[in-house]
Design a protein around this ligand. Structure first.
Ligand SMILES: [Fe+2]
Ligand SMILES: [Fe+2]
Length: 301
């Protein structure tokens, strides 16, 4: 029995992988991270690199440097006094945090596209991404998970697979939007799987692999609608993003049709060290925090 079904499953998986690979290859010239951001990622991954190397790369791009300092000096960090140099920011926040800020500051331009069709505007997806990034950050602080910058970036990129679909398979993507608008019973991922042959989790995970992002981001993009399917040791960040995604859809912050439930699994909350009170506290702070993020990261157009 198993032998009869395995080849079929394998070929469905292989077909899906091929669809994802081809779409990613086609957009590699459009939806790439800016060269400077890739340089920063490579640099931080290199164990021999120093804060001086990172400083040198960032100072070559004054606009990015200015944006990073704006983020560093924002209420996000609550640092005493104004930080005037990238070097000082690296000393205070660490290489990894500055890398994450640089990536976040360069992402807005990937969400260009405006109104794709009735019912979908790329800007609403950016608003959703900002909301989920900010909320994941607040949840991680409330739960004392550590790494608030990583949490923020994870939330910011969780639905990046949709941008792959939008850029590489525009006509089919419009069909997906029309389908989910016409039928409230179908989930976004079901419509994607039926029309595109793969969903935004698969496209997003593949894009993060192409960008050589850490595996925690591949788990987030690939499993944020079903974090319980991940092994417990890989689950935390994807689970936090999942909770943020559900909260933001409930609060109608940006494009939320991709979210499949309005209930947060109590087991996930326990695993995240979150309580209903902590979630309520986050809800109370979220609007103001999102506005601040919008001001810091700008808009895609
Ligand atoms: Fe999603
Ligand atoms: Fe989402």
């Amino acid at each position: 029995m198993t032998q009869a079904t395995t080849p079929q499953t394998d070929s469905a998986q292989a077909q899906r992988d091929r669809i994802v690979r081809e779409a990613i290859a086609e957009i590699s010239h459009i939806a790439t991270l800016p060269e400077i951001t890739l340089k920063i990622i490579r640099l931080v991954e290199d164990p021999d690199s120093t804060a001086q190397d990172l400083n040198k790369v960032i100072t070559h791009d004054p606009a990015l440097g200015a944006r990073i300092l704006k983020v560093v000096n924002s209420a996000f960090y609550g640092l005493p006094g104004q930080i005037g140099s990238i070097n000082r920011a690296i000393v205070l926040l660490g290489l990894n945090a500055v890398k994450n800020i640089a990536i976040a500051a360069s992402l807005a331009k990937l969400f260009r596209g405006g109104q794709i069709c009735p019912g979908f505007n790329a800007r609403d997806l950016w608003s959703h991404s900002i909301a989920v990034g900010t909320t994941t950050r607040l949840l991680s602080q409330e739960a004392e998970l550590g790494l608030p910058d990583e949490a923020f970036l994870a939330g910011l990129i969780h639905d990046i697979g949709i941008m792959v679909e939008m850029q590489a398979r525009r006509a089919k993507f419009i069909q997906v939007i029309e389908t989910v608008q016409g039928d409230p019973r179908i989930s976004f991922r079901e419509a994607e799987q039926r029309i595109l042959g793969a969903d935004h989790e698969a496209f997003g995970a593949a894009l993060c692999r192409t960008w050589k992002f850490p595996s925690s981001f591949i788990f987030v993009t690939g499993y944020h609608h079903r974090p319980a399917e991940l092994a417990v040791r890989h689950r935390t960040l994807a689970a936090a993003v999942h909770v943020a995604d559900v909260l933001c859809a409930g609060l109608e912050l940006g494009y939320g049709r991709t979210v499949e439930t309005d209930q947060i699994d109590p087991n996930l909350l326990v695993q995240l060290n979150l309580t209903a009170e902590k979630v309520d506290r986050v809800k109370g702070r979220v609007h103001e925090a999102i506005e601040e993020t919008h001001n810091l990261l700008g808009s895609p157009v």
